[in-house]
Design a protein around this ligand. Structure first.
Ligand code: PEP
Length: 255
């Protein structure tokens, strides 16, 4: 399947896997995806696995990413990790504003904007997550919610900065629930995201922007989802926890 933009298949392991479980995963996964060079593959484990994962991925076609970070360089921020600490161990991709950060840890658009700006100013790639809740969708507010999240999340950024961002559209009601948005809902939301970015940053940046879909992606639905015009990859939680399953997703294998 020929895509306009280089696909990115990203795994979000959330708060799963110990160091030894991560090592076992990689000993199988790296073989399953060896030689794939027409798409980007990314794994975001918890912080305690990151350093070792970077070492194990050295020379492979898979990159490690962080699930979150704080925006300050250093200071009295107990429990937080800075951009410099991630860069120090070779991490330059970071998920920002995941719905679990927004809803469980009450991160708001202002904080998310600070984190995105900080990631950019440190030369990192933020994977900026947006998405509506079920109530918002049922109240017909999806476009309004997505527009607001984009406007506030990217506030103050220059076009050249927006160029470095990946956006992940993840309807909250489809994350970890087994419910996938319909293909029409996904394409409509992705088109809207690209249109808003076009208004903010121009044609070139919008056309090159990678927009990932997240929400119960699995081998059985990845091929159809990836066939949509404005879908450039996937952010995968549950189905990325088994190497065979995520490798099939990476390959867009539906059987
Ligand atoms: C996610 O964690 O971003 C996600 C989409 O999870 P799941 O694939 O389990 O719905």
């Amino acid at each position: 399947m020929e895509k306009k933009r280089r696909p990115l298949l990203a795994a979000n392991w959330k708060m799963y896997k110990t160091l030894s479980e991560m090592e076992k995963y990689l000993s199988s996964f790296l073989g399953l995806v060896a030689g794939i060079d027409d798409r980007d593959i990314m794994l975001a484990p918890n912080y305690t696995c990151l350093n070792r994962m970077v070492e194990l991925l050295n020379g492979s076609n898979v990159k490690a990413a962080a699930q979150n970070m704080f925006y300050q360089d250093e200071g009295a921020f107990t429990g937080e990790v800075s951009p410099g600490m991630l860069l120090d161990i070779g991490i330059d991709i970071v998920i920002i504003g995941h719905s679990e950060r927004r809803h469980i840890f009450h991160e708001d658009d202002e904080l998310i904007n600070k984190k995105i700006s900080s990631a950019i100013s440190h030369g990192m790639t933020p994977v900026f997550c947006i998405g509506e809740t079920l109530d918002e969708r049922e109240a017909g507010e999806t476009s309004h919610v997505l527009e607001n999240q984009i406007r506030l999340g990217l506030k103050g950024l220059k076009n050249i900065d927006i160029h470095k961002i990946v956006i992940a559209y993840e309807p909250v009601w489809a994350i970890g629930t087994g419910k996938t948005a319909s293909l029409e809902q996904i394409q409509e939301a992705h088109r809207l995201v690209r249109d808003r970015v076009r208004e903010l940053a121009g044609e070139d940046i919008a056309e090159n922007l990678r927009i990932l879909y997240g929400g119960s992606v699995k081998p059985a639905n990845v091929k159809d989802i990836m066939s949509l015009d404005d879908v450039d990859g996937a952010l995968v939680g549950g189905a990325s926890l088994e190497p065979e399953s995520f490798a099939r997703i990476v390959r867009f294998e539906d059987n």
